[in-house]
Structures are given as structure tokens and as C-alpha cells.
Design a protein around this ligand. Sequence first.
Ligand SMILES: NC(=O)c1ccc[n+]([C@@H]2O[C@H](COP(=O)([O-])OP(=O)(O)OC[C@H]3O[C@@H](n4cnc5c(N)ncnc54)[C@H](O)[C@@H]3O)[C@@H](O)[C@H]2O)c1
Length: 442
Amino acid sequence: MMKITVFGSGYVGLVTGACLADVGNDVLCIDIDQRKIDMLNRGEIPIYEPGLGSIVHANTEAGRLRFTTDIAAGVGHGLFQFIAVGTPPDEDGSADLRYVLAVAQSIGEHIEEYKIVIDKSTVPVGTADKVRDKIEETLAKRNKNIGFDVVSNPEFLKEGAAINDFMKPDRIVIGTDNPRTTELLRTLYTPFNRNHDRLIAMDIRSAELTKYAANAMLATKISFMNELANMAELLGADIEQVRLGIGSDPRIGYSFIYPGCGYGGSCFPKDVQALERTANQIGYEAHLLEAVEKVNNNQKTRLFDKIEKHFGADLNGKTIALWGLAFKPNTDDMRAAPSRMLMEALWKKGVTVKAYDPEAMKEVQRIYGKRRDLILCKSPEEALDNADALAIVTEWKLFRSPNFETIKQKLSSAVIFDGRNLYTPDDLNKLGFTYYSIGRKP
Ligand SMILES: NC(=O)c1ccc[n+]([C@@H]2O[C@H](COP(=O)([O-])OP(=O)(O)OC[C@H]3O[C@@H](n4cnc5c(N)ncnc54)[C@H](O)[C@@H]3O)[C@@H](O)[C@H]2O)c1
């Protein structure tokens, strides 16, 4: 049993805290958001993440997982002090380290004995040095000399599969400059490292860069496919055939080469941007990263462009049924979601959106509030009623095999704009639909 404190009870912090408690540790989760902590203390889970609720409940009941806004108690509790707060984009796209450094300051203000401070947030290379400096500076003001180590331990979990990813990680990256700390972290992660050794120890800067490298590589694969999809449309080729053709090469593989209406979420867009800013700061021109971002921003307008091309520039008074709001299935997260760009473009043109998502209905209301041109529907079918066309933005399982007869009956014209290539064009054409997808002939 180890004593662990986790700062930040969001997607990463809450999953980290819950999973570490689940293997027997004593975990105290800290957040500055009183509302979130109150919810957690009432047994409510502030986010949608499959399987998270039952782990949180089991471990709170067992007394191994607690939540508080008491920062001093947090610093006092754990030998391991995880930082899992947000690192949103700053005005210029670089990672905003305000929250990470606020935690470092809190640790400096309250530390009384040796601690291991672990950066789990995604942070630019050099942040561990900043965290160390901030703690030292705060300790100096207190005239105290207390030992601590700073470790980089980036998180690779995927929203929607976060519990499984944390419990069975494909890698555990530990960046330290102290071999003793590496061993302590090895012990901490032993329960998640039983099948074979997944722990990769390296220097701190390399660990920090590894996280950005992973996300930038995945984003690059998506943008590459989207670029090819756009070309396929112009060339009369079918990108889905091309996908199968290249995925069969083991050097390329089938993962992450689905064309679509762009990547979103809380990680890829901001991490690619932050890495670009890092490149700028060191005087390096990151041509590839810039292109990845540009292609993605362009891709997020593709569905709107298709809608405008089909109906003509005057869209005023039209209604579009929208299936999917979350940036991907199995989450309620709408940060940088392609659905947002589409809805905002449609609203500008006077279009009403009738939206349905299995999990993100509360989130869309939180972001946009009540507005006349956004109708929140209780089912996919309800969204179709009297709509002029259907647009699909998130590939939830529920949308994969719908009743096309119902769709045709309910829509005032049988038109589908599919941003995730869920259906086969020939089948839909036979059923009497005008079907637009990505990288395939209409
Ligand atoms: N979401 C993901 O899938 C994912 C995956 C890997 C890495 N990451 C990285 O992990 C970090 C956290 O991401 P997230 O999605 O969990 O963010 P999030 O916004 O869901 O949660 C961050 C939490 O930190 C809290 N917070 C802010 N300042 C605080 C402070 N001083 N003390 C305590 N709590 C504080 C916020 O109130 C919020 O609840 C980011 O750097 C992100 O890039 C995210």
C-alpha cells in the first residue's frame, strides 16, 4: 500500500486515482473545482467514461479513494504527488502551464518531508525543470530545505477506453534523473506491469517529448489519410479501398488510418499545436506538424462544404439532423470536436440543428446553453423529424446499422452527409439516398 495524491480530478486524474486505489493504494484526489469534488463525494461521476463509476464507488466505499479541495491535506498525504491538471492551449497555441505550476507552488508551500512529484499532464520539454524551480523558489521563501524529486510520467490512456488502458498499459514511460525514483515508480506500477515488463525508463526530457511524439504521429496518420481522401474524391477513387490496400502492409497497419471529418478532442489538436510552438521557440521550422494541423482544420469544414454544395449557398431556414456530438464514441468530451465547427458554421447560415448523441447531450447544453437553432433530441429518430438532411459526425455503434426506411420517411429529402464513412455508397444509392461520405464518390 502506497500513499498517493493526485492533483486534478478530470479524465486523467480521476482514472489514475481510481485505478491506483483499485490495486490497494490509499489515494487522495484533489481538485480546485468545488462542484466536481462535491459531486464525487456524493458518489456522482462528473464525466462519462465506461467502467469508471463502478471502480470509483467500490474504492470510495472501501476507504481507499477520497476527494477533497484541501490542497494542504493533499500535499501532506502522498509520498507520490501526481500532477494531472489541464494544459490547455495558450493564446499562441503553446501549452498553458499555469495550472501545473500552481500545483508546484502548492507543493512548495506545504511540503514538510521528501516527496516524489510526478508530471502526468502533457507538458512541453523542460517543464519538469520549471516545476522543480517553482518548488525550490517557494521553499526558499519559507527558508526550508526539503528534498524532492520531479518525474515525468506521461499518460497514454484513450478516453472511452481509459480504465483498460490504465490497467493494461502498452507502455509505462518514466523519465527521471534519479535511479532510486525509477525503482520506487517501478514498485508503484508493478500491479499494472505483470504480464511483461512495459516500463520504459529514460531521461526526463525524452519522456516529455515521447508524449508529444506519440500524439503527433497519430494525428499525422489521420491527416495523411484525410489528404488522400480529398484527392481520391477528385480522382474518382475510393479511399476505403485504398485504406484496405495500404493497411495490409504491416509496416503501415490498419490502425488510425480511417479518413473522416477531422480529429478533435482534448489532446491531438492542442498537442500538435504545442509541439509546433516548441519548434518555433527553438528556431526549428516544423513543416510536417504545421501541415498536419492545417489539413485537419480544413477537414473539419468538409461536411459543411458538402452541405453547402448540395443545397446551395442560401441555407437559411434549413434544418439538419446531427448524429454525434462527442469528438469520438464512448465519451462525452466535446473539446475541439468536429461537431462544434459544423454546428457553428450551420448556425451562421441560419440553419437549425437537431442533435442527438448518446452521452454528450449535457455537455452540448453546458457549452452552448439554450438557443433556438439547437434542438436537443432524445433519440436519433427524433432528430430526423422534418430535417432536410442527416449529418453524421461521430461513429457511435448505435449509428452503424440504422433503419434506413425510417430515415427516409422522416427526412424531408433523403440526403446523408456521413463524416465517418459508416455505410456503403452503393447500398445507400440503391435505397434511394443521396449519400455523401469522405473520399468516395457520392
Ligand atoms: N483526456 C485525455 O484523454 C488525456 C490523455 C492523456 C493525457 N492527457 C493530459 O492530461 C492532462 C489532464 O487532462 P484531462 O483531460 O484530465 O483534463 P480535465 O480538464 O478533464 O481535468 C483537469 C482537472 O484539473 C483541475 N485543476 C486545475 N488546477 C488545479 C489545481 N491547481 N489543483 C487541483 N486541481 C486542479 C481542474 O479543475 C480539472 O478538474 C492534460 O495535460 C492532458 O493533455 C489527457
